[in-house]
Design a protein around this ligand. Structure first.
Ligand code: CO
Length: 207
């Protein structure tokens, strides 16, 4: 089984260099991606592939339910590197409909450590309880919770001191919220585009 993966890898590398002999050599010196993707670990949501980007074109951080928790050293380290060193122009927070992490956060079952990880989603759920309870069925509620979670994580990213300091230095960074559909492969843009403190303030006022 793993031999298949190694064979796939050799084929892939050969295809890359067949069309562009300098492909890998160019990437050795540096990476200079414009985009930073914060997405779910779900195997059905492969970041680069969905948006048609090659190696070197997108910096990626993935965890269960695409969270940006302000106390998580892993996420913060990746965020700081993306903002301060790579100087990405766009940060994409990408959730997906049918997210198991979102469903697990609110189904009342106990699973262990992951329940703590998913706690921020329960907070979002609680804050939007009236809107969610008014929805026709559980599927619609969970889809909306996926969207609300993305919007919350956009706020977390945009309000982080690394991003705030970058804006204060005049660096151009815009944070976006998207949701991917595993049913048809398409991305929905939630229309939350935060490119500075004023846009963050109006998003906070709306939420
Ligand atoms: Co997920």
């Amino acid at each position: 089984m793993l031999d298949d993966l190694k064979a796939n890898n050799r084929d892939w590398a050969a295809r890359k260099t067949a069309g562009d002999p300098g492909f890998f050599k160019r990437l050795v010196g540096q990476q200079a991606p414009q985009y930073f993707w914060i997405g779910c670990s779900d195997s059905r949501v492969p970041a680069n592939e969905i948006v048609g980007l090659d190696p070197g074109e997108m910096f990626v951080h993935r965890n269960v339910a695409n969270l940006a928790p302000p106390q998580d050293a892993n996420y913060l380290s990746v965020l700081q590197f993306a903002v301060d060193v790579i100087k990405v122009k766009h940060i994409l927070v990408v959730g997906h409909y049918g997210c198991g992490g979102i469903a697990a956060a609110v189904d009342g079952q106990r699973r262990g450590l992951v329940d703590h990880w998913l706690h921020p989603i329960r907070e979002v759920h609680q804050e939007h309880r009236h809107e969610l309870d008014a929805m026709p069925d559980q599927r619609a509620r969970l889809d909306r919770l996926c969207e609300l979670n993305v919007i919350r994580q956009v706020r977390n990213v945009a309000s982080d001191v690394f991003v705030q300091d970058a804006w204060a230095r005049g660096q151009s960074i815009c944070v976006h919220g998207w949701v991917y559909s595993i049913e048809n492969g398409l991305i929905t843009d939630l229309g939350v585009d935060v490119g500075g403190p004023e846009a963050l303030q109006s998003l906070e006022d709306d939420s």
